[in-house]
Ligand binder design. Structure first.
Ligand code: COA
Length: 627
């Protein structure tokens, strides 16, 4: 669905803004094909897997976590389920699938995101660190911010006009709808279940500094985009008008969703507050002009990830945010730049593609040639009336965000010994290689199998989001044991490595085709709920709890630029591990909780580096022998 406003954007001036190359080049570049909103690509619907197929795959996936006795019991539970409750539930799912485009979409939005009551900060919203900058003065910082704004708007207009390259997986085209939901989107806190608001026709953004929010017009009533100098002078105006630190209204958005929805109700009662909320919620995105973080003894990449995930607590920039907005760009005086994004409407990969576009735009020249446009508007400060009740809510949210920030241990690093080209040269899948290295690192450190979540995109289906790749397998554990066994031979280790990688790759292929086990089991569980049935025994079984207590929450989020996405762990004694495999290096962001004694991000990093090197050296030695 193309917005009327953007169809009007037809002046040569805007054409130049949208297309940083000539129209002839666009026609020649087949990547810039047209894609229309909804299902114009004629993508198929997400399939409902066969019951028997899922149950046998599930049984195999839980084996690493069970002893013989437990396994026997699980087999009985599964047999019972298959013969009794499951056929009806499966019928319910199949019927649902026949009557909608994607049987999982609404359930997924609600259960994975909108009904989740923990804060989005740390628990759900990732940060993405962009290549770090050095600003020697405020003009340099604001110039970068102005280019970032223009780069982001440039990409938004390309999305609106269906001019972004189509994502593909092998030969399959992927659903592009997530791109359409990134700009103008806001999550609205509600008791029990939040709501989503989409405002992609908006013409303004929000800039926030020292907790002061400003509404800034970025597309004029004549549908023109201001020049670089015009954006820059607006940013100067904002910095001059925001020297005094304002009330920390934004910190409320970092709180538990129930606390926040209560405070939101109070905030909304006041007319002026309501108008300010409307301006924030309906904006295309937010740009946060950040102060340096409190002194922490972290390497700069780790510090940057903290800035992008939580903002460093109330004495840092955690109130200089509106965590409900899908897109918040961050530009710190200390050269830390990146973004934080609210996860509900999109996975990380479309946001990573957007990031590459913005980084290229900043590094290119297109922004230089934008002409001045007629604009008389100054940024408008957004005012909030603060009551005693709200003040109490600020204090509560501030205490909570400090706890969150202090409890998140991060270790973000650039592994430079090799990248995905080496793995490809070994005729192995780079992603599976990295996943098996993460498995090995966990086993090496904790000496037990670690239930392991990896996101696989199911975007070859209309409105597809993700399926879980269960990376912990009999094969991954056998490999880790082989590697740690001093008496084992090189040949055995290599065989175990290749077997583990191939088992992971096979699961990946199943998952991207919609034939993993987790979404199907979730569907059957929700079907039982909707039918008013009792929760089947399968979901109370120890196999289910152990195999879905994901001690490793991992995903590949690839940018071409030297960027890295980071997020918190899924469970109290787990790790988050996001990575960006590039041709010659890999960026990793490892996280865990400080108050958990079992986990330690620094130790995990060492174990991971060691595992990657051990695997590399094993293959390299073998190759030498062959030569
Ligand atoms: N020999 C040589 N090369 C191989 C190979 C082999 N055996 N196996 C794979 N390769 C190549 C591939 O052809 C590909 O080449 P390219 O870079 O030229 O395209 C490259 O190695 C990477 O492939 P691989 O590492 O196997 O997998 P992938 O990049 O397709 O990633 C997933 C796998 C699961 C990460 C991906 O399918 C996916 O779903 N991504 C989305 C994840 C997501 O949602 N993240 C966000 C969460 S918020």
């Amino acid at each position: 669905m193309l917005s009327k406003n953007y169809l009007m954007l037809n002046t040569q001036r805007l054409q130049n803004f949208i297309y940083p190359f000539s129209s002839v080049q666009i026609q020649q570049n087949k990547m810039y094909s047209k894609v229309h909103f909804l299902n114009k690509l004629n993508l198929p619907s997400l399939p409902v897997p066969k019951l028997q197929q899922t149950l046998s795959k599930y049984l195999k996936s839980v084996e690493p976590f069970l002893n013989e006795h437990e396994l026997l019991k699980t087999k009985n539970v599964l047999k019972n389920f298959e013969e009794n409750e499951a056929p009806n539930l499966q019928g319910y799912l199949e019927n649902k699938a026949q009557n909608c485009e994607n049987w999982l979409s609404d359930w997924w939005d609600n259960t994975a995101y909108l009904e989740y009551r923990d804060p989005v900060t740390v628990f759900s919203s990732p940060g993405l660190v962009c290549p770090l900058q050095q600003f020697s003065n405020e003009t340099e910082r604001l110039s970068y911010a102005a280019k970032m704004i223009l780069g982001a708007i440039n990409y938004k207009l390309l999305i609106d006009r269906d001019l972004i390259p189509l994502d593909k997986m092998g030969k399959d085209l992927l659903d592009m709808n997530q791109y359409k939901k990134i700009y103008g989107t806001c999550r609205i806190p509600k008791p029990k279940r939040d709501e989503m608001q989409f405002n992609s026709d908006a013409k303004h953004i929000i800039v926030v500094r020292n907790n002061n929010f400003f509404k800034m017009e970025i597309i004029t009533p004549e549908n023109e985009v201001p020049s670089f100098n015009q954006v820059l002078s607006q940013l100067f105006y904002i910095t001059k008008s925001s020297e005094v630190v304002a009330a920390p209204v934004g910190v409320l958005t970092s709180d538990n969703r129930d606390n926040w929805s209560k405070a939101y109700g109070i905030l909304s009662e006041d007319k002026m507050n309501r108008a300010s909320l409307d301006a924030i919620e309906s904006s295309l995105f937010i740009l946060c002009l950040d102060n340096p973080l409190p002194k922490w003894n972290d390497e700069v990449l780790t510090l940057a990830a903290k800035q992008c995930i939580h903002g460093g607590g109330i004495d840092g920039n955690s109130a200089n945010r509106w965590f409900d907005k899908t897109l918040q760009f961050i530009v710190g005086t200390d050269g830390i730049v990146g973004l934080t994004y609210e996860h509900s409407p999109s996975e990380g990969q479309p946001v990573a593609v957007l990031t590459d576009h913005v980084v290229n735009y900043i590094e290119g020249n297109a922004w230089k040639s934008l002409p001045d446009v007629k604009t008389e508007r100054y940024p408008e400060p957004l005012v909030f009336n603060i009551t005693k009740e709200l003040d109490d809510a600020f204090n509560k949210a501030a205490t909570n965000v400090n706890k969150l920030a202090n409890n998140l241990e991060l270790n973000v690093f650039n592994f430079t010994n090799f990248g995905k080209e080496f793995v490809k040269s070994q005729k192995l899948s780079p992603d599976s290689f990295i996943q098996i290295a993460i498995q090995f690192a966990f086993y090496r450190l904790h000496k037990v199998p670690g239930a392991h979540y990896e996101s696989a995109a199911t975007r070859k289906y209309i409105h597809g989001r993700t399926e879980t790749i269960r990376s912990c397998s009999n094969e991954s554990i056998a490999f880790a044991r082989e590697m740690l066994d001093n008496t084992s031979s090189e040949a055995k280790k290599i065989t175990a490595l290749k077997t583990a990688i191939s088992a992971h790759k096979n699961y990946t292929i199943d998952a991207i085709n919609g034939f993993g086990v987790d979404r199907h089991l979730l569907g059957l569980k929700l079907a039982a709920k909707e039918l008013g049935r009792e929760l089947p025994e399968l979901y109370k079984d120890v196999a289910f709890s152990r195999s879905s207590q994901m001690r490793l929450s991992t995903s590949q989020v690839a940018t071409k630029c030297k960027g890295v996405m980071a997020y918190g762990p899924l469970v109290h004694n787990g790790y988050g591990c996001c990575y960006n495999p590039r041709p010659e290096d890999i960026l990793f962001a490892v996280s865990c909780f400080v108050n958990n004694e079992e986990t330690n991000a620094t130790k995990f990093r060492s174990a991971l580096e060691k595992s990657l090197l051990d695997m590399h050296n094993l293959l390299a030695r073998n190759q030498k022998h062959k030569l």
